[in-house]
Design a protein. Structure first.
Length: 145
């Protein structure tokens, strides 16, 4: 009788193991898909926020409203700081992650290349930890890497 149970246990193990592997593969695939969906959602919101900020910067410049432009630029810098933090938190993956990384790099390169924008960025620093994520991003991340 015990050999019947042993044989049955062996059959269950032989059949159950591949089924468990398929289940694990399915769970892994779902986790990847969920991560990509979260990434796309976070990046979409980040991009929309940055583009709205750029539009407000443009409007302030067109109106000649220097204080409003300076405030909007500081908020753009804060948006970029948040985007860099999101990048370091691992929330950017897949193709949308690559697009977001390139967007951040392009904005930071544009700011760095323009003396006036770079000066505004420096004026926005009010503590030693201001823009830590941007500094870390610039040190560690390259656009075409």
């Amino acid at each position: 009788m015990s050999t019947v149970y042993e044989t049955l246990a062996d059959v269950v193990t032989i059949v159950g193991f591949p089924v468990a592997l398929v289940g694990l593969a399915f769970v892994g695939r779902q986790m990847k898909n969920d991560r990509l969906a979260v990434s796309a959602g976070a990046i979409g919101a980040m991009r929309a926020s940055i583009m709205e900020r750029v539009e407000r910067l443009h409007q302030a410049k067109q109106a000649g409203d220097v204080p409003a432009w300076e405030d909007e630029f500081k908020e753009l810098a804060n948006d970029l700081e948040m985007a860099c933090a999101i990048y370091f938190d691992g929330q950017m993956s897949g193709r949308t992650g690559l697009l977001a990384k390139n967007l951040i790099c392009d904005f930071l390169n544009m700011i760095n290349a323009d003396e006036d924008l770079r000066g505004e960025m420096e004026k926005a620093i009010h503590a030693s930890d201001t823009f830590t994520n941007i500094r870390d991003f610039r040190a560690r991340v390259k656009r075409d890497a």
